[in-house]
Design a binder for this molecule. Sequence first.
Ligand code: SRM
Ligand code: SF4
Length: 590
Amino acid sequence: MRTVTKQISIKADSGELKYQGNIFMGKQLDYKELSEDEHIKDKSDFLRGSIKDSLKNPLTGALFPDDVKLIKYHGSYQQYDRDLESERRQKKLEPLYQFMVRVRAAGGVTSPKQWLALDELSEQYGNGTLKLTTRQSFQFHGILKRNLKPTIQKVNEVLLSTLATCGDVNRNVMCNPNPYQSHIHEEVYQFAKEISDYFLPKTTAYHEIWLDQEKVAGTPDFEPLYHQHYLPRKFKIALAIPPNNAIDVFANDLGLIAIEENNNIAGYNICVGGGLGSTFGNDATYPRLADVIGFAPKEKVIDVAETVIAIQRDYGNRSDRKLSRLKHTIDDRGLEWFVAELQNRLGWNLAKPKSYRFKSNGDEYGWLKGSNNKWFYTLFVEHGRVRDENDYQLKTALREIAKIHTGDFRLTGNQNLIIGNIEEGKKQGIDAILELYGVGNHPKLTGLRKSSMACVALNTCGLAFAEAERYLPSLIDKLEVIMKNNGLEKDEINIRMTGCPNNCARSSLGEIGFVGRAIGRYNMYLGASHNGDRLNTLYKEMLSEENILEELEPIIKAYAQDRLGEEHFGDFVIRKNIVEPTDRPIRVMN
Ligand code: SRM
Ligand code: SF4
């Protein structure tokens, strides 16, 4: 390990010298130990690589290999249609390369005009659907290389961006949409936006490649926080407003819990080290929830966030990307070390965490009046996929609503949608549109379904071992019969499925969680809490659908018969010793 500094000078457009001197580049591992990604970042010229040439290359639908990594920072992943993989191989064709594009919208808030633009883009260049993600972003799938640039340009035209929605930087900042506490939400949302903008990379590569802006001659790129090598890995921030934890604050590298005092936000509890991804067969990887290390008044929170990121930049593992998230940095050196380093760099100490209580990490559906006297309608969107299906014309309904709506659209952390800030006079019209297109109430909305979440998985995700979004609805059809037979059709048990252990739909926080092992086979986990503050535990491995139903039927039956009062399913399975509670509970430092 060595400490690296670099001499730089920065000039303003006018030529005026703004800064000259050494900047701290961090404690870095020796070059030979760095992972391939670190080398790619190093020679990328602040994320430019050869993306411009890759886009122009007419011989393939793919990018050059290094650009496949670099384009993530610009908000896109190169993928291929996995359903067509063997057919194309047989025909000796290259895979059907296509791109996913992710659009950032801090706190998931967009205007009706932006909604209409995204809707149009999904039809013009994408696969006709819009995906609302578990981190309150939008995704397009199926974009061909030649359509990437027009797509990204159009996104920027409506004042949205794809920059830094992926890559080793801070990602889309989440904030729970809390319709019923609109005054608090507004403040927390504005803060989420500020944090999101503050931590954007400063390189002008994005604007040059996608928006045809010229680089100003003589102005060196300068990343004051990320430096030339960016972070060791992705970094995620979320802000939660108790009692709602719909954004799963503890799943983030940095979670901020808003503390309300006298109807105002006093500050935030600081939580560090959340991250849910793991790799089968690699015991050094694991899901982990963030620990609550203290409280900071609101005016100091950006300072805290910047310092947490800087520590991760300087100490995060840059050799092995499976061990490079903040959770590993903390576990390798100890939480006490981390807090001491943080306070030392800040020059002041965090206060003790303030008390908070989360009720649920789910969404509340239907109409609610906010404290600003405007209406909010939370709509179930099965696994975040906005499309038209037979007599359930969700995409058309939302397009028609966007044409008359004067409020906003808010994505929830559970892949659902809130039509927000509806004027009294517009409520009836919106209701009529929902009714007309058959989406007023999802035709099959039971307690279990409305608490379900599944990641994209097949056919676009290159890492999926099994189906998730395309399969969970039909598994729920069968589980609903069991729930109904036991009088539990209204009960909200949160159930989550991912196609691999990367955990994109936060399966580790499902009271019932499934993680894909192979086509048609899942590991089943039980016993997470209903409010997102306890991980679940492995129950059984490699289950087929038949096995899942056989295993769950008696447990659901016992739950219906023996639960104590309002006891949640996740708590019940632990009380009944069906699974052990997680051996990785959250630590609260006092
Ligand atoms: Fe994720 C990678 C989809 C939220 C952990 N995630 C991927 C990729 C990009 C696959 C890839 O690397 O090739 C997936 C693209 C699939 C596709 O076809 O669209 C993908 N992740 C998603 C989304 C779209 C799931 C969804 O159905 O909504 C979510 C987009 C979020 C966003 O808008 O930014 C999504 N991913 C998450 C979450 C949940 C969260 O952040 O609250 C997690 C778990 C929390 C965490 O980060 O630990 C998550 N995704 C991962 C990981 C594992 C990271 C790790 O530290 O181990 C990967 C793989 C990786 O980074 O190498 C991954
Ligand atoms: Fe793909 Fe795995 Fe994430 Fe699902 S959990 S989207 S399968 S990376």
